[in-house]
Write a protein that binds this ligand. Structure first.
Ligand code: NAD
Ligand code: UDP
Ligand code: UDP
Length: 318
């Protein structure tokens, strides 16, 4: 249902997390009413403190595995721990969050006739045998491994989204997010950018898993949020899935060396065992996003790292 003016009532699940807090901020800046729903498993109120005075912003503590009855025009479904440490902490809850959470948010969207965006992931490609990954690649995913609660949960959520689209004509938007970094990443969530930046700022050893030759493509958070908003604004017949990320690929060792240089750190590299099912390489093919959304990431890694380093530097001084 559309409100009386062009401002929309928008639900952001997982809104207290890293990406969610940036999305809430962006949507409020665009003049919308934003309802943030979060169970604060990995997200924090601190991420939202600067938005609390805005009368268009509401926060509700709620777990998306339970039904939610609210009236909104659009839903961004981001609720789900994203880092391996967090999603492996309670893997059953991770699957429930992706699957039951998707069912509840899709049921809500169906009842109120809202558009709904799903924060899917490059992990649906697993350890890819096709490089770079295009949306028509079905993936190479282990169904019973330690990453499966996240990977298969997100794959099942995509299935649900497409079945609600086919069965109920629900306007869905599925974005497959590749590694994203920036301010408000959780300092202890074990992801590579936050780990390396915190280690470098403390002059502690930089922990490279394996020999550091595996690669990732890192997208700066502001670029990613722009792609979410553009995807939500596409015509009803565009569902995705669409890859959202920055195709510039770096080895993990290159990332470590860049972080050391930018922080002027005394840290040395240390090599630890590679976690199981760790993908060798990952790079999005973003041709579809370029064509349909007119979007591509513009922040180069060094610039994004400088803002991220500033954020963690302040955090560590508190
Ligand atoms: P995050 O952990 O910072 O945020 C997730 C948020 O969801 C947190 O605020 C957490 O408290 C909340 N949450 C978790 N379970 C919940 C539940 N059952 N009910 C309500 N809230 C719940 O992670 P993020 O990096 O901001 O990721 C946001 C979304 O984007 C996730 O769905 C993630 O899978 C997806 N994603 C992120 C990346 C990335 O690089 N950051 C990559 C691919 C996909
Ligand atoms: N649901 C919800 N909010 C709503 C409408 C539905 O949380 O506003 C949940 C509800 O608990 C249900 C799920 O979404 O289990 C799926 O709803 P749907 O209408 O698709 O299916 P059904 O109600 O028939 O199970
Ligand atoms: N990694 C690393 N040291 C760390 C944290 C991660 O070498 O302290 C590696 C990890 O093994 C993986 C890559 O960095 O190959 C990206 O890890 P992250 O957990 O950030 O994301 P994902 O594996 O989900 O892409």
């Amino acid at each position: 249902m559309q409100s009386y003016n062009t401002n929309k009532r928008i639900l952001v699940t997982g809104g207290a997390g890293f990406l969610g807090s940036h999305l809430c901020e962006r949507l409020l800046n665009d003049g919308h009413d934003v309802l943030c729903v979060d169970n604060f498993f990995t997200g924090t109120k601190t991420n939202l403190l600067h938005l609390m005075d805005n009368h268009c912003f509401e926060v509700v503590r709620h777990d998306v595995t339970f039904p939610l009855y609210v009236e909104v025009d659009e839903i961004y479904n981001l609720a789900c721990p994203a880092s391996p440490i967090h999603y492996q902490h309670d893997p059953v809850q991770t699957t429930k969050t992706s699957v039951h959470g998707a069912i509840n948010m899709l049921g809500l969207a169906k009842r109120v006739k809202a558009r709904i965006f799903q924060a899917s992931t490059s992990e649906v490609y697993g350890d890819p045998t096709v490089h770079p990954q295009t949306e028509d690649y079905w993936g190479n995913v282990n169904p019973i491994g330690s990453r499966s609660c996240y990977d298969e949960g997100k794959r099942c959520a995509e299935t649900l989204f497409f079945d609600y689209y086919r069965q109920h004509r629900l306007p869905i938007k599925v974005g497959r997010i590749f590694n994203t970094y920036g301010p408000r990443m959780h300092p202890n969530d074990g992801r590579v950018v936050s780990n390396f930046v915190v280690q470098a700022l403390k002059n502690e050893p930089i922990t490279l898993y394996g020999d550091g030759s595996q690669s990732r493509s890192f997208c700066y958070v502001d670029d990613l949020i722009e792609s979410f908003v553009r995807l939500m604004d596409t015509p009803d017949d565009f569902t995705g899935p669409v890859n959202l990320g920055n195709p510039n690929e770096f080895t993990i060792r290159q990332l470590a060396e860049t972080v050391i240089e930018l922080t002027d750190s005394q840290s040395e590299l240390t090599f630890l065992p590679l976690p199981s099912d760790d993908p060798r390489q990952r790079q999005p093919d973003i041709t579809l996003a370029q064509d349909v959304l007119g979007w591509e990431a513009t922040t180069v890694l060094r610039d994004g790292l400088v803002s991220t380093i500033e954020y963690f530097d302040q955090l560590l001084r508190q």
